[in-house]
Design a protein around this ligand. Sequence first.
Ligand code: SAM
Length: 274
Amino acid sequence: MVQPTEGRAPAYIDTTKASIARVYDYALGGKDNYEVDRETIERVRAVAPEVNQLAVDNRAFLIRAARFIATQTSITQFLDCGSGLPTAENTHQVVQRLQPEARVAYVDNDPTVIAHGQALLEDNELTRFTAADIREPETVLDDPTIQEFLDLDAPVALFQIGTIHHFADTVDPQAVMARYIERLAPGSVVAIAHFFDPENSDSELARRMEQVFVHSPMGSGRFRTLAEIQGLFPGLEMVDPGVVPCYRWWPDGPQLRTEDPVQRCIVGGVGIKR
Ligand code: SAM
């Protein structure tokens, strides 16, 4: 973990504005965050005491999905959109343990990730980082680093984990994903985790969290319905069990702990392009 010390941030990092990557880092128990980032989570905590579990379940899903792809498919190229700040188990560490030849390209546009994370994410010759806006598939896929490093004519695993719910409302996320998927080779896999409105008795909790996130210093965090989230995988064959709460997507074992309602407000799924 990089340890920015309060008051000693490089001049190009605006510590008066919350950053999605740093808010997430705080929710995961990291140290790469400032007061304005912590404020977002503390505001949500007032309506959802176990708000950190959203981040924990999201990250655990990323790790399990990465392991699944590395062991159950022959894919050895990963495009991790919205890498976030480096944490304990980054995508390349998870997949290269299982597939030592796997290449992992990270993309993010957060100034803190660009300033502190790039060097840590690019920690061997099979990892790269590039700064780009992941709402623009052509910009990402035609980025010179991506073009040079990944073979887009061969299957790729594309991650959009904990990212799409932060896109501005002016962006149509289903159209964005359709443009990514159109460019992927058959055999490619897409993994997505997204804030979720279950449209049942948990809906009120989801909408309260959404209101606080959207009006917080971070300013984003849409909770979408099952149909909206399934629409992010156009034309893909969903891997069993489809889009489900992240903690229920192939957990490491039987669940002994009682779930918290916030855990039913974030879902994940994996789809394959045939
Ligand atoms: N994918 C990681 C994970 O699941 O552990 C990190 C998730 S973090 C909540 C979301 C990341 O997406 C942040 O690092 C943020 O900077 C990045 N992000 C959000 N919108 C983005 C955009 N338009 N372009 C590039 N990165 C973006």
